[in-house]
Design a binder for this molecule. Structure first.
Ligand SMILES: Nc1ncnc2c1ncn2[C@@H]1O[C@H](COP(=O)(O)OP(=O)(O)O)[C@@H](O)[C@H]1O
Ligand SMILES: [Mg+2]
Length: 233
């Protein structure tokens, strides 16, 4: 399974979400790795270097080159990684296009701000171009840094429903603006691993929703995952 976390904007939580998904699936016993496609920033490669040896192992591989991204994915999957999370780049370029073409699920984080909505509209232009080459991309928006208390939050949430006509649905699960994400990152950890029960619950709910989606995409594969989960617990 290849889950890509992408959006053309920086700071929306692509890397944070990619790492949390990786932590969750690794904890479920799924052999998981992350491909960091942002060769300029390498934020997730750096994050992994901050990670202690005692923490659960989450391998992070930098993408070799844009052209080689599909090959990289193939190599990691031959090496036994059943879950490959692609941490995306904040530009409209070949990396974004290739990422959209090769993933099984596309996750698009967005924060509840008008700036994000505007940049997402630009993302849709690229997305529509890519859709010429690949129909039916399972794509979902995930509201990040969303507390749902003020009117702006609520307005953005209802605006997201409108993107359904592009075949991009908002997930029910959202992630709040929680310091655990930033604190954890300082030590190469994730909010899923940090001592903040609410942050952990939000990540868990998001990942469980993704598991449901995976099951609907590929019922047989998910039966195995469920059996493995039972054995692990
Ligand atoms: N839900 C959240 N709550 C609090 N801080 C967050 C959350 N998501 C991301 N952040 C912080 O926001 C900043 C940008 O996030 P990052 O994942 O690096 O974005 P991107 O990869 O899209 O550029 C980081 O400092 C990260 O720790
Ligand atoms: Mg990033």
């Amino acid at each position: 399974m290849i889950i890509a976390v992408t959006n053309l904007k920086g700071g929306v939580g692509k890397s944070t979400i990619a790492r949390n998904l990786a932590a969750y699936f690794s904890a479920q016993g799924v052999k998981t790795c992350i491909i960091d496609t942002d060769l300029e920033q390498r934020t997730t490669c750096d994050w992994q270097e901050r990670r202690d040896d005692t923490a659960m192992r989450i391998p992070v591989f930098p993408m070799t080159t844009v052209q080689a991204l599909p090959k990289d994915v193939e190599t990691h999957s031959q090496d036994g990684y059943n879950m490959i999370i692609i941490d995306g780049v904040p530009q409209i370029d070949q990396v974004a296009t290739r990422t959209i073409l090769i993933c099984d699920i596309l996750l698009i984080p967005i924060t509840p701000s008008i700036d994000d909505l505007k940049s997402f509209e630009r993302f849709l232009i690229r997305y529509d171009e890519v859709k010429v080459h690949r129909e039916n991309i399972p794509a979902f928006l995930v509201l990040n840094k969303y507390n749902g208390r003020n009117n702006e939050d609520k307005e953005v949430r209802s605006a997201l429903e409108l993107f359904g006509e592009y075949g991009i649905e908002p997930l029910r699960s959202t992630l709040g603006d929680r310091v655990a994400h930033r604190r954890g990152s300082k030590y190469g950890l994730t909010a899923y691993e940090w001592e903040d029960e609410r942050a952990r619950k939000e990540v868990t709910a998001l990942c469980e929703e993704l598991e449901e989606i995976m099951e609907s995409l590929n019922p047989n594969r998910s039966k195995h995952a469920k059996a493995r989960k039972k054995i692990n617990h």
